[in-house]
Design a protein around this ligand. Structure first.
Ligand code: SIN
Length: 283
């Protein structure tokens, strides 16, 4: 039975995600309600809200309650709101943004803590987002593999995605939605099994979009183990799936989850506003 008193929290699946009901994110949120929202976020890794028709200012106010905003340097911003990234796919576009398993900003030395995605315009069918719990993925590994991974760091980069020769630049219709390709350079490394800075729980921290290799290993040497970890972390029992409506919000923890935006709505428009909240170095 749920022990929340000021909100209703309905888990989306056994290990990942919960819908939060009984709260107006554009209204006044009292301390007790706020503590419970924070607890739901920590427990479920990603939380979902419905019918939140926030103005961009209200969206920003909600984000700032969690921490400073981490302005994404590669996404085009919503006009007039440099801190809000636009995640848009037009009817004639074939490529979508985020159409593969990833976690946002793992290419940064201090990756974003969370992302708050608000649906502005959604297709009638399709365009759902999948999430997977990296706590569940870590927990389900054998003790032997955990021990091996605890000795490893992985190298991450944005260059092959947002850079001059990156995937989005090559995608015919994807290019104009991004900027600053010249800034997508360099590499950073993070532990493969991070200790989550707030929960203290261990989570798997590699992802197919931005992880290049294990530190000190070649890409070819890293590939078999990374491929195993990617297949493992995407196991359906670690995941949940969110069906968007206009005004829906997903708020995910980038250190505890992956996400995947399905690209199954060609011919329709989908427009989302995303704010990322700054995080810290990972240990
Ligand atoms: C993203 O990867 O940040 C976008 C996810 C989505 O559009 O569902």
């Amino acid at each position: 039975m749920s022990d929340y008193e000021t909100i209703e929290v309905r888990p989306m699946s056994e290990r990942c995600g919960a819908e939060v009901l009984g709260i107006d994110l554009g209204g006044r949120i009292g301390n007790r309600q706020w503590d419970e929202v924070r607890r739901a976020f920590a427990e479920h890794g990603v939380i979902f809200f419905r019918e939140q028709r926030l103005t961009p200012e209200q969206h920003l106010d909600f984000a700032r309650r969690w921490g400073p905003i981490d302005v994404n340097r590669f996404f085009q911003a919503v006009p007039g709101y440099p801190e809000i990234a636009e995640v848009r796919k037009e009817p004639e576009q074939k490529t979508n943004i985020g159409g593969g398993w990833h976690t946002d900003h793992s290419y940064d030395a201090a990756p974003a803590m969370g992302s708050i995605l608000l649906a502005r315009e959604v297709p009638e069918h399709g365009g759902d987002t999948l999430f997977s719990s990296m706590y569940a993925a870590w927990d389900a590994l054998s003790e032997g593999l955990k021990e091996t991974l605890l000795a490893l760091r992985a190298v991450h980069s944005a260059a092959h995605v947002f850079g001059e020769k990156g995937g989005y630049k090559q995608a015919a219709a994807g290019g104009p939605q991004f900027k600053n390709a010249a800034l997508a350079v360099g590499e950073v490394s993070h532990p493969v099994g991070i200790v989550h800075p707030e929960s203290g729980r261990r989570a798997l921290y590699v992802n197919p979009a931005f992880t290049l290799r294990f530190e000190g290993w070649t890409a070819a040497e890293s590939k078999p183990l990374l491929d195993f970890l990617y297949a493992h972390a995407a196991r359906p029992e670690f995941t949940c799936r969110f069906r968007w409506r206009e005004g829906s919000i997903a708020f995910w923890d980038n250190r505890a989850t992956w996400h995947y935006a399905l690209n199954d709505y060609h011919g329709d428009r989908r427009v989302m506003h995303r704010i990322t909240v700054a995080g810290s170095m990972l240990g």
